[in-house]
Ligand binder design. Structure first.
Ligand SMILES: Cc1cc2nc3c(=O)[nH]c(=O)nc-3n(C[C@H](O)[C@H](O)[C@H](O)COP(=O)(O)OP(=O)(O)OC[C@H]3O[C@@H](n4cnc5c(N)ncnc54)[C@H](O)[C@@H]3O)c2cc1C
Ligand code: FES
Length: 508
């Protein structure tokens, strides 16, 4: 394989957000919003417009989460098929879902217009296509279901891609944009008038109450209401068992192929997705896919290799100018969870968007704003985290949790290498077995960093991610730096450093 660039989102090279202060001391607002991604920032914007004082509290920097790693297809066609949504939530549920997604596209367009945001917001069609003749029926089934749900979908065999395809669902008037140009300009409207954005402020504790309190190491915010806009809620929540973490991979290509602007997805499982983007200083073709469960691929570089080979088979690849990956959470049934956190009175959550967080984040921001303002919202029941799981979802629910249990037990019995000496420079491995496992990372200078591999969230064993150089937890997607600092996901603490007897580490 050609030499690929170091992993890192190209969007982040294009635009910077001015630094915001860290939270220190005590602050009071109406609504505390944990997380400065597209969900938290959009909710903050709408709530401020509705007259609330808000504080966005972000662990890293605004846009540091998945919103900086997305491919930003903005579409009402969800990655769950509408015929599945129909079977899980009925025809009316599917109609409501489609309506909420359509409204989200219009609301994003509205915000772009209102704030005069320069983010390459462009209307484009979606093509859900297949290369397999046997998948055409599935596409036709989805067209019927999408049309019943109120979407203007049609069948076409005119698919403007430079390789052989068999048929597609075509849906006009969808959209794409530069996610961070959009995010940063919406975020710029938040500070002032009693509202704040705090960066480098990781929330470690959220207390429901009157008022609620959210705490970092150096400060706290009291508020009437809290929104956990953190991709997946921090800490222990019922919803942890209802969403499953996946990593998805993206490559930015230089190509001479002539492909009209559009959002292209295929019907493979996991699917490939394609769009043009102006990023990294040029127009590039973004090609994504090869999703796998977080911490459950022993060779994460293989996903990039597979994506590269896929790109080469389908396009004339002149160069790979960027690559990155990011994390999505798939819901146990077909739809996201947005609303009051089960068991809480004033703490809301939004998670389980799958690969469609651009529209879902907007649905969530409007829905949560309405709930907090005491206004009716037609989608409150549909997306409620407290919804009773329909029978169909029970199968996925059980499958995901059996998978978590297998990892919990199985990973305790196996090690990746027998001795520290087997760990190459710049890599990490699990050494030992049963209760004596160590997550060991050898840095570029050869020094070993040794950690307990036990994830502080629910005690699963982390796995080394060689492509992103991180420790990833297979159970709920907690991720840590090679030296154990938290990066993302529900764990509230870092991995614990451990001391190893000198005769063992001398083998290094
Ligand atoms: C490769 C890839 C491609 C994708 N493509 C698409 C696409 O084409 N279309 C689409 O619609 N969606 C897509 N998605 C999904 C979409 O990007 C996400 O669903 C969406 O960005 C989620 O936004 P968010 O604001 O909810 O989460 P995030 O952007 O992750 O924001 C959450 C923020 O919370 C912060 N945080 C977490 N814990 C704490 C804490 N304890 N204290 C303080 N802050 C905290 C994080 O640092 C982060 O900045 C894609 C995702 C991936 C990975
Ligand atoms: S993220 Fe839940 S156990 Fe690690």
């Amino acid at each position: 394989m050609t030499n690929l660039p170091k992993p890192g989102s190209l969007w982040r090279q294009d635009v910077e957000f001015p630094p915001m202060p860290a939270l220190q001391g005590a602050v009071h607002v109406d609504v505390a919003i944990v997380g400065g991604g597209i969900t938290g920032i959009t909710a903050a914007y709408l709530l401020k417009q509705a007259g609330k004082r808000v504080a966005v509290i972000e662990a890293h920097r605004v846009g540091a989460g998945v919103t900086g790693e997305t491919t930003a297809h903005i579409s009402a066609l969800l990655d769950t098929r509408y015929y599945n949504i129909e079977s899980d939530f009925g025809k009316d549920g599917a109609k409501l879902a489609a309506q909420s997604q359509n409204e989200a596209i219009e609301q994003i367009a509205h915000i772009v217009r209102d704030l005069q945001i320069e983010c390459d917001f462009t209307r484009v069609p979606v093509y859900l296509y297949t290369e397999q003749p046997q998948a055409v029926d599935e596409i036709k089934q989805e067209i019927e279901a999408a049309r019943r749900a109120g979407l203007n979908a049609a069948y076409t065999e005119q698919i403007p891609l430079p390789f052989s395809t068999k048929g597609a669902l075509w849906l006009p008037d969808q959209a794409q944009f530069h996610p961070l140009r959009y995010l940063f300009q919406v975020a710029a409207a938040i500070p002032g008038g009693g509202s704040h954005i705090f960066e480098h402020s990781r929330i470690q504790d959220i207390q429901d109450g009157s008022p609620c309190q959210v705490k970092t190491e150096e400060g706290s915010v009291t508020a009437d209401t809290v929104i956990m806009a953190t991709n997946v809620p921090p800490g222990l929540h019922v919803v942890d068992t209802e969403v499953a973490p996946y990593r998805s991979y993206v490559m930015a290509l230089r190509t001479d192929d002539i492909i009209p602007e559009g959002l292209y997805w295929d019907t493979e499982d996991p699917y490939h997705y394609i769009r043009w983007a102006n990023t990294g200083g040029e127009r590039v073709l973004l090609v994504g896919g090869y999703d796998h469960k977080v911490g459950q691929n022993d060779d994460t570089e293989s996903a990039y290799r597979a994506l590269y080979e896929y790109a080469q088979r389908h396009f004339q690849v002149n160069a790979v100018v960027g690559r990155w990956s990011g994390q999505t959470y798939e819901p146990a049934d077909s739809l996201a969870y947005i609303g009051l956190s089960p068991g809480a009175e004033h703490v809301y959550l939004a998670t389980g968007y799958g690969g469609l967080g651009m529209t879902y984040s907007n649905v969530a921001a409007r829905l949560l704003t309405d709930l907090i303002m005491g206004r009716p919202n037609p989608y409150a029941d549909l997306y409620s985290p407290a919804r009773i799981k329909p029978l169909a979802s029970a199968v996925d629910f059980v499958r995901e949790n059996v998978n978590v249990m297998k990892r919990f037990v199985g990973d305790r019995l196996s090690s990746e290498v027998d001795s520290f000496a087997d760990i190459p420079t710049g890599e990490g491995r699990i050494v030992g077995s049963a209760n004596a496992q160590i997550a060991a990372y050898r840095d570029e200078s050869g020094e070993l960093h040794m950690l307990s591999p036990v994830c502080p969230h629910m005690k699963c064993i982390v796995q080394w991610n060689s492509a992103e150089k991180s420790w990833d937890c297979p159970c709920h997607g907690g991720r840590f730096t090679p030296t154990g600092d938290w990066i993302e996901g529900p764990p509230a603490h870092n991995l614990t450093p451990v001391q190893v007897k000198s005769e063992q580490s001398d083998q290094s």
